[in-house]
Design a protein around this ligand. Structure first.
Ligand SMILES: [Zn+2]
Length: 209
């Protein structure tokens, strides 16, 4: 399964040029037959090789020469609870972190909010990094959604594969920047519940083509 681990490393390395990450703060994982592969704790992505990538089972045990990211719990819990997800990505990207520090849901200021499954992107309650409490809070606000903010921490997204998870994370960070810019000028005009329901329906119709 070295191919999957190589794809994981490629995705992790793409986070920094995409503006999602500096240093080793984020983490990314991909589902496999027996659990999931996840980036290891505290290693710069540019030095990673496939053998550095730990394999985790859904019971939280791991194999490999490196320890998994300390934030493995929300990855594990998303794979256990949401069979539609094949990849999970977490980042401390600057605009998402800024909004997460306000502990507010991102409202429907732009129709692309619907890409994440609803008419807002919710912010999970604060809990210390790596804790079960944080994972539980994140899964709660991701019900029916593919992304959330983590209070005073960062962003979390999940997609069907690594390509989609990375694309969603970039879109999410862009939306956070756009919302911040709009709020810096004045209070943005929000789309109505009917407007957003129509967008969500249109996205789901595209998905069925
Ligand atoms: Zn984090």
């Amino acid at each position: 399964m070295s191919e999957l681990r190589d794809q994981l490393i490629t995705t992790a390395r793409a986070m920094q040029p995409a503006g999602l990450n500096r240093g080793t703060a984020g983490n990314v994982s991909v589902r496999c037959n027996t659990g999931f592969y996840i980036t290891p704790t505290g290693m710069p992505y540019d030095t990673l090789v496939a053998d550095d990538i730990p394999l985790m089972a859904l019971d939280g045990s791991h194999q490999g020469r490196r320890k998994p990211s300390s934030e493995w719990r929300f990855h594990r819990d998303l794979y256990a609870a949401r069979p539609e997800f094949g990849a999970v990505l977490h980042a401390h990207s600057p605009f998402a972190v800024s909004l997460a520090c306000l502990r507010r849901d991102i409202p429907p200021f732009h129709y692309m909010i619907a890409r994440f499954g609803g008419d807002t992107i919710r912010c999970a309650d604060y809990a210390i990094f790596g804790s079960q409490e944080l994972s539980t809070a994140a899964l709660q606000v991701m019900a029916g959604r593919r992304a959330c903010l983590l209070a005073n921490h960062g962003l979390l997204v999940a997609g069907r594969d690594l390509v989609e998870a990375l694309a969603l994370a970039i879109e999410f960070e862009d939306l956070c920047e756009q919302y911040w810019r709009a709020c810096a000028i004045d209070r943005p005009v929000l789309l109505s519940a009917d407007d957003m329901a129509a967008v969500i329906k249109k996205f789901s119709d595209y998905g069925q083509q």
